[in-house]
Design a protein around this ligand. Structure first.
Ligand code: WT7
Length: 651
């Protein structure tokens, strides 16, 4: 936890406290710390009653459950006998009251707009669900989704849920290679995609990537292509069908598939500390209960809210807090396709003013970028509709938190810094905006029912103020159920550090008041501009290049991105380092994984520092990358000259 120490110092001095505004608390779902503590105690003393009550309140169950939790560590089954359907809970359930209420307010990057009511969304979902059935998709089949941030992305997810198919969304920024790797791992038989999407004024060539991936996707039976950017859409492969043609003439109604609570809902790939991304599997009932509940409590939803979460549906935030959570709550949600600064630095603020958004949920990396662009851009727009701000994805530094609160929130909006992960499915540690006094940079307290604890490697609680490892010591409904196709990896990755307890991979500490401060990853996972990447993944992409012999990739603190990627590369004999080669390697990584994985810096080295047993000394490389004098004992170095050479190579 070398990098962590530095951050601990900077936040230890943070002592500002912002109690919730009185007017906000008065009408909030949870109004005081007493209410919070009462719920917490209730949940802790009788978890089955607590979660059983929540499950009955949050969801419509076609068949009730009798067993709240069946826990055979590390395997949990929640609401066991229950049957439900998530598309029904997101749509049909609202139609009596909210048929004409906007479900989605869409804005494309080029400026096209659509307002889709709950009634209209239900029709679109049913048509596509019927279309998928006509392609032979059955309950339990896996369906890939590789779409831009357009309403059809939500339609696609809900159509799968409607018929009990398991969706696996691949972020549109991922490459053809990353796409076929994930589709093959999931065994997807149908893929929903588009000709392209808009990003920074250009077209993201989704269909082209699919074409490149198709020869490697042997199990893929059909590819459904949505027309979005209007590229001339030639269905170049016999497996391709046009979206329009598929849904045309399909019935507006589709009987939901009433699935068991533990029926798989989706697989979402995320980076771990080894090369291959993990297919995190979430199931239906538990995931739905906790995303629905946390959306309402953490964002303190009200009927008239216009809620905007800026995440892409390619990430878990998009699953839980763009699609499922808001729609289960019947709220109006804003969907924006493009880049935050397209065509100008005030696009976000213009959107907030146009739709009178009341809630904004975005990432620290975006906040820091806006901060740098200057206050004049948000100040140009009337953002008085905002009443709550959220942050997610990485630790938010107190400066960015204060700027967010003052400049975007006009000093009147509570800020909720929400900690969670792809694996947790829903928010775990967060202020409740009507109850929790916030401190800039702290995610504050675990939500009721969430046993997040900071322990040492032996499982002892660490004293306040001291850093430790963050565990979740009891099961929760929206926890991942397995790593798809690799049940051993599920156990190894999450339950080996301390048996029966979920290891988050994050370091954390509590302060004197018991507030939780997240300190970043303690494994070989880095968080680059809010995107999670495994250093091993980037390394294996690098060594796949013909000229590369060895590579080690580490994170270095970066003002804007939180962490920047630095790659140390040794070349095969006969290859000379050059700036062209650096560029070529960076492009190679972008092609193998996606632009988000492109190293910020590549350094050529004669050799990599290794221990006597041959392990690359990453901590040392992290220090070198950060320009720090290493405090680490280097006597175990295989060759001290290696380190000296790396330092000399500093540009
Ligand atoms: C990792 C999970 C959860 C949705 C987006 C990321 C980091 C996330 C916070 C926060 C400090 C945070 C952690 C975590 N992280 N939110 N509020 N404060 N760190 O999901 O891609 O699965 O990444 O993001 O390191 O382990 P993910």
């Amino acid at each position: 936890m070398a990098e962590t120490q530095h951050e601990i110092k900077s936040v230890l001095t943070e002592n500002r406290v912002f109690p919730p505004p009185e007017a906000f608390s008065k009408q909030a779902h949870i109004r005081s710390m007493e209410d919070y503590r009462r719920l917490w105690d209730e949940a802790a003393s009788n978890p089955e009653k607590y979660w059983g009550d929540r499950a009955r309140e949050e969801l419509y169950w076609k068949e009730p459950f009798q067993t709240v939790l069946d826990w055979k560590p590390p395997h949990a089954r929640w609401f066991v006998e229950g049957r439900t359907n998530l598309a029904y809970n997101c749509l049909d359930r609202h139609l009596a009251k909210r048929r004409d209420k906007p479900a989605i307010l869409f804005e494309g990057e080029p400026g096209d707009r659509r307002r889709i009511t709950y009634g209209e969304l239900a029709v679109e979902v049913n048509r596509l669900a019927n279309g998928l059935k006509s392609l032979g998709v059955r309950k339990g089949d896996r369906v890939g989704i590789y779409l831009p941030m357009v309403p059809e992305a939500a339609v696609a997810m809900l159509a799968c849920a409607r018929i009990g198919a398991v969706h696996s969304v691949v972020f549109g920024g991922f490459s053809a290679e990353a796409l076929h790797e994930r589709m093959n791992d999931a065994g997807a038989k149908v893929l929903l995609t588009a000709d392209g999407g808009w990003r920074k004024g250009s077209v993201v060539p989704l269909q082209k990537n699919v074409e490149a991936a198709l020869p490697h996707m042997k199990a893929m039976e059909k590819v459904v292509v949505l027309r979005r950017t209007g590229e001339s859409l030639s269905l170049s492969d016999s497996r391709m069908v046009a979206w329009d043609a598929l849904v045309k003439g399909q019935s507006d109604t589709c009987e939901p598939e009433w699935v068991e609570s533990e029926h798989p809902l989706f697989i979402l790939y995320t980076s771990g500390s080894t090369g291959k991304p993990k297919g995190v599997l979430h199931t239906t009932g538990g995931y739905a209960v906790n995303t629905s509940l946390t959306t309402r409590w953490v964002f303190d939803l009200r009927e008239d809210d216009v809620y905007w979460c800026t995440a892409d549906v390619g990430w878990v935030t998009g699953h839980s807090y763009v699609v499922y959570g808001p729609l289960m709550n019947g709220v109006t949600t804003v969907l924006y396709e493009g880049a935050p600064t397209q065509p100008g630095p005030d696009r976000f603020w213009e959107i907030i003013a146009r739709y009178k958004a009341t809630i904004l949920y975005t990432a620290p990396t975006a906040i820091r970028a806006f901060m740098r662009l200057g206050d004049e851009h948000p100040r140009k727009h009337d953002m008085s509709s905002l009443r709550l701000l959220g942050s997610v994805g990485e630790p938010i530094n107190p400066e960015a938190w204060m700027w967010y609160r003052d400049v975007i929130g006009g000093g009147r909006c509570p800020v909720v810094d929400t900690w969670w992960q792809t694996e947790t499915g829903a928010i775990m540690i967060s202020p409740l905006p009507g109850a929790t006094p916030t401190k800039p940079g702290s995610a504050t307290f675990p939500l009721p029912g969430i046993h997040a604890e900071i322990l040492d490697r032996q499982g002892n609680p660490v004293p306040r103020g001291q850093g430790g490892l963050l565990f979740v010591t009891r099961p929760w409904p929206s926890m991942l159920r397995t790593v798809y196709g690799d049940p051993d990896r599920y156990v190894r990755t999450y339950f080996n550090e301390l048996p029966g307890m979920y290891f988050t991979g994050d370091g954390a500490r509590t302060d004197a008041d018991g507030y939780v401060w997240l300190m970043g990853r303690v494994d070989d996972v880095v968080n680059v501009a809010g995107h999670r990447l495994g250093t091993a993944e980037v390394e294996s992409a690098l060594v796949a290049h013909a000229r590369v012999s060895e590579a080690a990739v580490v994170g270095r603190p970066d003002e804007l991105k939180g962490t920047a990627l630095v790659a140390f590369v040794t070349l095969k004999q006969g290859n000379a380092p050059s700036s062209e080669l650096k560029k070529e390697l960076a492009t190679h990584v972008a092609k193998e994984i996606g632009a988000i994985a492109r190293p910020d810096e590549i350094r050529f080295a004669e050799a990599l520092p290794k221990t006597r047993s041959g392990k690359i000394m990453r901590r040392l490389l992290r220090d070198v990358a950060a320009g720090k004098q290493s405090s680490q004992d280097t006597t175990t170095l295989e060759d001290l000259n290696v380190l000296a050479a790396l330092r000399q190579n500093d540009e």
